[in-house]
Design a protein around this ligand. Structure first.
Ligand code: PMP
Length: 441
């Protein structure tokens, strides 16, 4: 790290509480899929700023909608409506409900959207006190949602959180039962049901799951897993909450993962990309569920009008600019290139999708599948030096998954730049960390 970066890092930790910055960076502006730092360096941002800028940095249509709203009204308490809020609610209810009645609740943070969903589930399952989540799931860092997420080993708040039954997910690359799909017959679903029945004191209120796990390691599941888990939730009388905070708004090549996997959850939560770069989150829930009473759920800044206007514009941009197709095309190209790398380098253990939600799991050798954590960290750090920002699984070196999740507006040229940089990094990391190339290389 150069001296000026170090001193900026010192400044960052002097004056702020926040996530530790391993590679301090002061960002100044962004455009499309590219972000610039205060040294004038440009980066293709495959992190989309915590996977939020699906339509890219500063999309003109989103900025214009926000600007117009800004001039009219910047704040109303959640008890009031605005025209844009009514329009966005109708649009989201239609996108998720597809002809069935769904209702929308807004928050600004994904964690609070999930808490809202959990509270709504409790409201409708008043005899329940437990929730079911999947291993490696991540649902937020608020007080209640951290207990629904993978257990952080140094969780200082452990004593205050709980009521979670965590069951193994269909992480087929590292099947906890040592089985292979499809011969396994999805033993994990059967096991999950037995574990829930044996572990939960009474029927749980809900199963909350990410259709594609993001933070926990970029893990998608075999197609039949989705309906099988939905049926299991029904059998156990639990509501099904899909946390689409990462998968929503085009990231998987459809507006929502529920479109891609053909499952209709009782509640879908959204966030991140929903506001096109402005903070917005919330839930869309079946309208026949018993709803909150006054005072059950109330947030001062629950529905920031500027974010609502930006969100309407974001959805229009996704629909009118064909960004779902763009996401699928760019995703297919990058995924194919990563699979090609896998055939040449043992370091590349697994390549996962869908869309532009790509994870590359790095291993020290193909047989032991020991996570190549140092190599993954080196690739992320070195990628930055070569103008490509890549993401890490979990954080603090807890997985060896490198993530490639750029904005959907990424150009073909930028796609090739990412592939070139990543390919040379894999080749160099294989030598540097002594991971053999495959025979075919
Ligand atoms: N759910 C998922 C799937 C997430 O990825 C995140 C954020 N990484 C959250 C919930 C929490 O959202 P927020 O940080 O906006 O509270």
């Amino acid at each position: 790290m150069d001296e000026s970066a170090k001193s900026r890092g010192r400044q960052a930790t002097l004056y702020q509480w926040g996530a530790p910055q391993s590679e301090p960076m002061v960002v100044t502006r962004g455009s499309g899929a590219v972000v610039f730092d205060d040294q004038g360096n440009a980066y293709v941002d495959c992190t989309s700023q915590a996977w939020s800028l699906n339509v890219g940095y500063g999309h003109p249509a989103v900025l214009e909608a926000a600007r117009q709203q800004l001039e009219r009204l910047t704040h109303v308490r959640t008890a009031f409506d605005t025209e844009a809020k009514l329009e966005l609610s109708a649009k989201l209810a239609e996108l998720v409900g597809k002809g069935e009645d769904y209702r929308v609740l807004f928050t600004l943070h994904g964690s609070l959207a999930n808490e809202g969903a959990m509270m709504l589930a409790l409201k409708n399952r008043s005899e329940s006190k437990n929730f079911v989540t999947l291993w490696d799931g991540y649902h937020g860092r608020s007080f209640a949602t951290r207990a629904m997420s993978w257990p952080h080993p140094e969780n200082s708040f452990l004593h205050f959180t709980g009521n979670t039954v965590r069951v193994p997910q269909a992480y087929c690359y590292r099947c906890p039962f040592g089985l292979s799909y499809p011969e396994c017959g999805m033993a994990c679903v059967d096991f999950a049901e037995r574990a829930i029945r044996a572990s939960s004191d009474g029927p749980p209120a809900a199963l909350i799951m990410e259709p594609v796990q993001g933070n926990g390691g970029q893990i998608d599941f075999p197609l039949p897993y989705y309906p099988a888990m939905a049926e299991m939730a029904k059998r156990l009388g639990m509501l099904l909450i899909w946390d689409e905070i990462q998968t929503g708004f085009g990231r998987v090549g459809e507006m929502f993962a529920s479109d891609l996997y053909g499952v209709k959850p009782d509640i879908v939560t959204f966030g991140k990309a929903a506001g096109g770069g402005f903070p917005l989150a919330g839930m869309v829930a079946r309208a026949d569920l018993g709803y909150f009473e006054e005072g059950d759920f109330s947030l001062t800044f629950g529905a920031f009008p500027v974010s609502i206007a930006a969100s309407l514009a974001t959805i229009r941009v996704i629909e009118e600019e064909g960004l779902l197709e763009r996401c699928r095309a760019a995703g297919t190209r990058i995924t194919a290139a990563m699979k090609q790398l896998k055939s040449s380098y043992e370091l590349v253990g697994d390549v996962r999708g869908p869309g532009l939600m790509i994870g590359v799991e790095l291993v020290k050798d193909a047989d032991s599948k020991e996570p190549a954590i140092a190599a993954a960290q080196w690739i992320v750090a070195e990628g930055k030096r070569r103008g490509v920002l890549l993401g890490e699984g979990k954080y603090g070196g807890r997985t060896s998954v490198v993530k490639i999740k750029p904005p959907m507006v990424i150009s073909d040229e930028q796609v090739e730049q990412v592939i070139d940089v990543f390919s040379s990094l894999v080749a160099e990391a294989s030598d540097r960390f002594l991971v053999p190339r495959r025979v075919s290389a």
